[in-house]
Design a protein around this ligand. Structure first.
Ligand code: PMP
Length: 350
């Protein structure tokens, strides 16, 4: 699909995968006007196909396009194009449990521009590929190294949108980490060099005493759709506990409405079982990694990956027995993947 600066995209067409033609002075090649998305299609046992929250990707691309001075397809155009591409490539979707079809929508300034300015023309395209696990470890624990010199994003920059340049910024640290045997790099904020940001291609969560914390979205980390989904899943699990406990507690003391209210407040104060306390979105310091019970990463490609160890300034911290998921991450992984594959009822209308 193509459009000029007016933002009206033409109706797209399906083409066989192959090279595309671009002017050497295309905006994307010279000034980095490029955004992409990543989502997956799964095949169910009955043969039907599931897409996981494509509207969220459409919305994120629109947000990113605004930051990058680009027009973007409407949510409906985006989702319709994704569906058409997936249907045309149905045969490449692996059988249930054997992987998924990774879908890569790409929006770029394809028009020619010499002086620094937004491109005069834009192209939106989608390509797909069957995929298995992202890390060679599969769902086994990954090993991260904290990077404190190179940064992927600065406040006020483009770290919060899925623009191509963000990925060029991580290649150096990521290649060095991989050469040393680490799975990936964990970045810190560039101002204090103290707060966790994210991994090269996924978000990070830290669990301590059953409280789940993740860096708040503040413009320098990508608002991951898996991150958001995990927070919703965790909160929904947390709310179940929240409703059950006060009820039992009230019965135990005296079964009156007033006591129920008092005991509710006590419980909330004692255990911090309010929804927002189950998952905290806040500044998470690198020191908190040192005594965390579990650490895990989330992303479309990595789904939920347990972190087996983190190395920070030469010091290595291992989690659990280093052998797999902790209790919290295992639960979240299993609920999320069952929802994604349509194996349990989707009460969140995803
Ligand atoms: N952070 C970065 C930098 C990413 O590239 C990704 C992958 N899109 C994520 C986080 C996770 O986002 P999502 O859950 O939407 O895939």
């Amino acid at each position: 699909m193509k459009c000029s600066r007016d933002g009206n995209f033409s109706k797209g067409e399906l083409q066989r995968f192959g090279n595309i033609e671009l002017s050497p002075s295309a905006g994307v090649l010279n000034y980095g006007q490029g955004l992409f998305e990543g989502l997956k299609a799964y095949r169910k046992e009955d043969g039907s196909i599931l897409l996981f929250r494509p509207e969220e990707n459409a919305q994120r691309m629109r947000m990113g396009a605004e930051r990058m001075c680009m027009p973007s397809p409407s949510i409906e155009q985006f989702v319709e194009a994704v569906k058409a591409t997936v249907l045309a490539n149905k045969r490449w979707i692996p059988p249930p449990g054997k992987g998924s079809l990774y879908i890569r929508p790409l929006l770029m300034g394809s028009g020619a521009v010499l002086g620094l300015a937004p491109a005069p023309e834009y192209t939106f395209l989608i390509y797909v590929s069957p995929v298995g696990n992202y890390f060679k470890e599969g769902v086994a624990p990954i090993h991260l190294i904290v990077e404190h010199e190179l940064h992927r994003a600065t406040p006020g920059g483009t770290g919060g949108v899925k623009t191509i340049g963000n990925y060029a910024a991580v290649l150096k640290a990521q290649s060095a980490a991989k050469a040393k045997g680490y799975s990936d790099v964990l970045y810190l904020d560039c101002v204090h060099k103290r707060y966790l940001e994210e991994v090269s291609s996924c978000n990070i969560f830290v669990v301590k005493d059953k409280i789940i914390s993740t860096p708040a979205i503040k413009g320098t980390i990508l608002p991951g759709i898996t991150r958001k989904s995990i927070i919703d899943v965790a909160r929904s699990q947390g709310f179940q506990v929240m409703f059950m406990l006060p009820w039992r507690y009230a019965q135990f003391i005296e079964n009156t409405l007033i006591l129920m209210l008092v005991s509710w407040m006590e419980i909330v104060q004692t255990y911090g079982l309010v929804g927002v306390n189950v998952v905290e979105e806040r500044l998470v310091t690198v020191d908190e990694l040192l005594d965390a019970d579990e650490v895990f990463c989330t992303g479309t490609a990595v789904v939920v990956s347990p972190v087996g160890s983190i190395t920070y300034r030469g010091k290595r911290v291992a989690y659990g027995d280093g052998g797999g998921f902790g209790v919290v991450s295992q639960e979240l992984y299993s609920v999320l993947t069952q929802l994604q594959m349509g194996l349990i009822e989707d009460k969140m209308s995803w």
